[in-house]
Ligand binder design. Structure first.
Ligand SMILES: C[S@@+](CC[C@H](N)C(=O)[O-])C[C@H]1O[C@@H](n2cnc3c(N)ncnc32)[C@H](O)[C@@H]1O
Length: 285
């Protein structure tokens, strides 16, 4: 990473984000090694909500490579990288990092950076470069801060059978803004954000039940029930054959900020990720 950071767009991150980055680095390294050995296949790294490529650790104060820089450092390298972020400051910082710190292991022409809404660019430009029939495979990180992802992206990736995803399931945003104890108080605008992420309104059935009381009013289900229903949806509706138990990302006090899902058309990836998740599942520092 270059020394001059004054103009850089740097977010402070909690240690759970550092844990996520370690998980991504471990799996991306295994994935790239396996795919490199399969002759005739090109494998692509896609980062839908990529950020600037550099963060500051709240724990140590040190600069920490963001997910695009983690992916660029994977050896053996991917054949292509696609990085998307809506924020101009972040894409400019990332361009500068890529320009000034080109490791010998990757070719600068293989790196594509988009200042755009990934919900559009992924469907129009990027996922079509990862078609199964074109001997392409992709690992795609979908890591929004909140409910900024559209189900169409998830469903398209699932239908392609060539794409594996890591997915941030933002239960914190859901609980803060939508999944209130009294569902009649949630604003329709907020509810629409969850419907967009979930793909339809069946989140209401997952999140609320009338079974638990005699009076027929709706009571809120647990986070685990919501997560279980979404996991089933990734399999049954999006069509990912393998979706291991997601890993909860917690604050030091134990509050869950989001769940990190992995969904894949192949069993090998799911097994490797389950082993990685198991190593990190109780980590709080
Ligand atoms: C959690 S951060 C990404 C962190 C990054 N994955 C990492 O681990 O280093 C989420 C990013 O998504 C970007 N973003 C928000 N909405 C977006 C959208 N619709 N399309 C693309 N990027 C978006 C934000 O600007 C922010 O940089």
């Amino acid at each position: 990473m270059p020394g001059k950071t004054t103009d850089y767009h740097i977010d402070d991150i909690g240690y759970w984000s550092e844990m996520k980055l370690e998980i991504i680095r471990k799996y991306a390294t295994a994935y790239s090694a396996i795919l490199t050995n399969q002759r005739g296949l090109r494998h692509i790294y896609i980062d839908g909500f990529c950020g600037s490529g550099v963060h500051r650790s709240r724990t140590s104060g040190d600069l920490v490579p963001g997910s695009p820089v983690v992916a660029l450092g994977v050896d053996p390298p991917f054949t292509e990288y696609h990085f998307i972020d809506l924020d101009r400051g972040k894409t400019e910082t990332l361009r500068e990092i890529v320009r000034t710190s080109t490791p010998e292991s990757y070719d600068e022409d293989s790196v594509f950076i988009y200042e755009a809404d990934c919900n559009e660019v992924l469907l129009q430009d990027v996922l079509p470069r990862a078609r199964y029939g074109d001997y392409r495979r992709a690992l795609c990180l979908l890591d929004p801060y909140g409910l900024h992802l559209s189900w169409d992206v998830i469903a398209t990736a699932g239908a392609m059978k060539s794409v594996e995803i890591f997915l941030n399931f933002p239960i914190g945003d859901m609980n803060r803004n939508i999944l209130w104890r009294d569902p009649t108080k949630t604003s329709p605008k907020q509810a629409a954000r969850l419907t967009c992420y979930w793909g339809d309104e069946s989140w209401k059935d997952a999140a609320y039940t009338t079974d638990l009381n005699l009076f027929g009013y709706e009571e809120k289900n647990t986070n685990e029930a919501v997560v279980k229903a979404f996991r089933k949806r990734l399999k049954d509706v999006a069509g990912f054959s393998y979706v291991p138990e997601p890993i909860p990302m917690r604050t030091r006090k134990g509050a869950i900020i989001y769940y990190l899902f992995f969904a894949s058309p192949n069993n090998t990836g799911a097994k490797i990720v389950s082993e990685i998740f198991a190593k990190y599942s109780d980590r709080r520092s």
